[in-house]
Design a protein around this ligand. Sequence first.
Ligand SMILES: Cc1cc2nc3c(=O)[nH]c(=O)nc-3n(C[C@H](O)[C@H](O)[C@H](O)COP(=O)(O)O)c2cc1C
Length: 187
Amino acid sequence: MEDCKHVLLGVTGSVAAIKVPELVKTLSELSSIKIQVKVVSTERGLHFFDAAKLPAACHTDAEEWEWKEKGDPVLHIELRKWADLLVIAPLDANTMAKMATGLCDNLLTCVVRAWDPVKPLLYCPAMNTLMWEHSITSKHTAALADLGYIQVHPAIKLLACGDHGIGAMATVDNIVQNVVEHLKHVQ
Ligand SMILES: Cc1cc2nc3c(=O)[nH]c(=O)nc-3n(C[C@H](O)[C@H](O)[C@H](O)COP(=O)(O)O)c2cc1C
């Protein structure tokens, strides 16, 4: 049977989350490698795309809290075990700060907190230039590097808010290339 890799796509509350449908479609339809995608979105992330129209399952905090009694699966642990690779695109400033300090108050950050350090975790920052250039950002990215997480660098362009500068999420093609490259090293 053809080898199929499991990619978990984490989504946070950046306007760049409008790219999520395109990202899921591109990852799912690659001819070079067979990938199954599942999405985990924060509540704010859900504002920017229609989860019901995605060609992949989209897991949410509401679903995580359907847990009722001992013996029921715990969703963040199930997803962490299922995934070969986690890519968070877009990663906003808020969830970046949580990841850098170990906070885990929703489904996505619980997956991150339980993450297997042997498996790749890629993150794609997306935020206004004023947020990106704040001195706290480099402290957080240094902490993420220390944890072994891989940054797909943000780009300089005209941002959704009308400002021009660094902070835009990397292109879908760039993100997909990085995912494919890192999946090559996954057993
Ligand atoms: C329209 C809109 C666009 C936003 N875009 C961004 C963004 O690109 N980057 C960012 O860091 N925060 C952005 N925010 C702020 C986040 O949504 C906010 O910090 C939120 O609490 C993040 O929650 P989450 O990390 O749980 O998804 C935006 C907010 C709004 C209302």
